[in-house]
Design a protein around this ligand. Sequence first.
Ligand SMILES: [Zn+2]
Length: 392
Amino acid sequence: MISEPHFPSQQELNDLVRYMGLTKSNAELLTSRLKQWNLLDSSCRCSLSRKRHERFSRYFSVAGSLCFCSNVDNLFEEIGIAHDPKEWRLFIDSSSQSLKCVLLNNGNQYPSIPVGHSVQMREDYKNVKFLLESINYVRYNWQLCGDFKMIGFLKGLQGGYTKHSCFLCLWNSRADTEHYSRKDWPERTFFVPGTQNVKHDPLVDSEKILMPPLHIKLGLVKQFVKAMNKDGDGFQRISALFPFLSEAKKKAGIFTGPQVRLMLQCKELENKMTMREAEAWKAFREVVNFFLGSKRSDDYKVLVNNLMEEYEKLGCCISLKMHYLNSHLDFFSPNMGDVSEEHGERFHQDISDMERRYQGRWSCNMMGDYLWSIIREDFSVHRRKSRKQNHF
Ligand SMILES: [Zn+2]
């Protein structure tokens, strides 16, 4: 039996255009041809609602190469969500040539809301300061997350491998011999530029900073792999998992979140390791599952202690990321899964699709269009989702 022809509705057409990643002009060409051939539902308009982005883009401004939200409260009102700054955290993502920031909902019930975007601003203290001023951070005082480099900018610390790189205490990164035996270091009580590796006035209070569990995990894997026997079966098995990754990266233990997840899923891996490696790996897995993810077990302190012991036996060095685990356990948020920086990864993907669509012509319109698309697409989905989500 031949089924009836289906004439796509405006919504189906919009979805198709988005899935295909068409540029605006190509999308319009496709729409007008389909319309000409009478292949669209009569409700479809020829121009793909050119003005739809304006609903949101008017809350954005441009200064230099930064496009930012000039009134977050009003933007939220337009979207239709109440904006309680305590319910949102500011995730700042940066690289050598871009700076992007987005509000993530604690508990992740809502889609991420972009509030600042620049593909030309490099990551440095001055630009992060400018970004925070532009979006009027002092008015909202959200908690913040990002990687450790970003935390360094937020606290005005000197970059690179410095002696006092911890923003909470005066841990001496160079006193290797004391790293495992000593947990308590003098607390940082002041931030004066020119002293204790502080270079600039801090931009935010330390209590506003959220520990980034993803980056702690990556740091733990790095130290673990660096200490592995490179000729052993364990390392060879890891190596075989990532045939396209450079040998140098593998040996330096530089992996991404999804790669670490793959390693944790590989059942065979533990059997290939030496006894000592396997013990440390098991301890790492426990800390990931019962401390750094969405579940925190009652005995998480025991698990973290055990990890430290196993890592010491294996001969791992304590990096800054491990130091936070070793000395500042109380600083970690009790609901890590709800306030992790991992959710920013999704925004990363979404916004790069949008950048491709606009082919570098990023602007207030792009932000408006992006918001329009996520809100239509996501809100129903996000509202249906339960709070329990799988983190890695
Ligand atoms: Zn410290």
